[in-house]
Design a protein. Structure first.
Length: 352
């Protein structure tokens, strides 16, 4: 564990290229939506949203004039139908938009929309954000290379993301981790090792504790914990390799400490190999789609030359794979990283 890492506070938002739009259209991520991120910015006022402990959540609840609100509510219900269902309008009469919240913290400044089914009071959330190529690449890589499917839509400069349910990592570490049993802590430590490895392999950065969630699942007589990323803004942008390894953030110190206490070095290596193998298998399963996405990435500007040079040399020193030195942009660095993992897996498989 080292000192706190420095992350660019104002990472630029990268435009979604025509090539990426075509990719998204092919895989039915790119559709026409009745409302845009800019439309939601027309709110007239807001109030602060507090949590159950009366602490500021950094979200504000926004409100619109009566005429705009009716149109916005109808449009958001249509977005919900397209994101969650078949896009039909028959469901709209059963939906109500309970709240629209705006987050002033971070790069993406998202809107969070709460939609409730008036027949049974079940509700869910989705997010409306300014489309950023980095985030879209991060979402797609997560969808293909992690154990979890992600549901999102893009329309021009607007990104719609389905809510990822779970307990925020910082809240879990502070309030719930101390109450976990010894066996549960060992299981969480294992998941953190695998999560750490997965982030590094696909170059997803800034996984501080509030950028991932812990998902508990009851399985017979035990609770199984999984870790899921929820913020994909820092996909392959920074130059420091440690930023792509959650273990180096001070916010994750208790997780790292738990790994040291609960997991032997031999098991740490075993879990890393397991995760690399799982990612390699997914790369093979999604071969055509991953190649199409990487083709878009290699054509895009996703970082600054200084960071690209730093990262490719740091990964070269870590792996001794000359392909990293040859990489000309961040898209090529990501391709080299995934090729490295896949090649090693296939070489080991060939020896069996």
């Amino acid at each position: 564990m080292e000192g706190d890492l420095k992350i660019s506070k104002r990472k630029p938002s990268y435009k979604v290229s025509e090539k990426l739009h075509n990719y998204l259209s092919h895989y039915r991520r790119n559709i026409n939506l009745p409302i845009s991120y800019e439309d939601l910015l027309r709110f007239q006022g807001s109030i602060v949203v507090y949590d159950k402990n009366d602490e500021d959540t950094l979200w504000i609840r926004v409100y619109y004039n009566e005429f705009d609100r009716e149109e916005i509510d109808t449009s958001l219900k249509q977005v919900y139908s397209q994101l969650i269902s078949d896009g039909g309008e028959s469901v709209l009469k059963y939906l109500n938009v309970d709240a629209i919240d705006y987050c002033t913290f971070g790069n993406s400044k998202p809107f969070r929309v709460k939609v409730r089914n008036i027949l049974n009071d079940n509700f869910t959330y989705f997010y409306v954000k300014k489309a950023d190529a980095s985030r879209i690449y991060g979402l797609e890589l997560e969808h293909m290379l992690s154990p979890y499917n992600l549901n999102f839509l893009v329309c021009k400069d607007t990104l719609i993301e389905e809510h990822i349910a779970g307990i925020p990592g910082d809240e879990f570490i502070k309030n719930m981790l101390p109450k976990c049993s010894s066996s549960e802590k060992a299981q969480i430590a294992k998941e953190f090792i695998k999560f750490n490895e997965r982030c590094m392999i696909r170059l997803l950065g800034d996984m501080r504790s509030y950028n991932y969630v812990i998902v508990p699942t009851h399985d017979f007589d035990q609770v199984v914990y999984k870790i899921r990323a929820i913020d994909f803004d820092q996909q392959s942008y920074e130059g420091n390799l440690k930023i792509y390894r959650p273990q180096f953030f001070k916010e994750n110190y208790k997780m790292v400490e738990m790994v040291r206490e609960k997991i032997q070095n031999e098991s740490v290596n075993q879990y890393k190999i397991e995760e690399r193998s799982i990612v390699a298998k997914r790369l093979i399963s999604f071969k055509a789609r991953v190649e199409a996405l990487l083709d878009c990435m290699q054509s895009d500007e996703l970082s600054i030359p200084k960071y690209t040079e730093q990262l490719k040399l740091e990964i070269f020193n870590y792996t001794h794979d000359v392909n990293f030195k040859k990489s000309r942009n961040m898209g090529e660095v990501v391709k080299s990283a995934l090729d490295f993992v896949k090649r090693n897996y296939e070489n080991v498989s060939a020896l069996r």
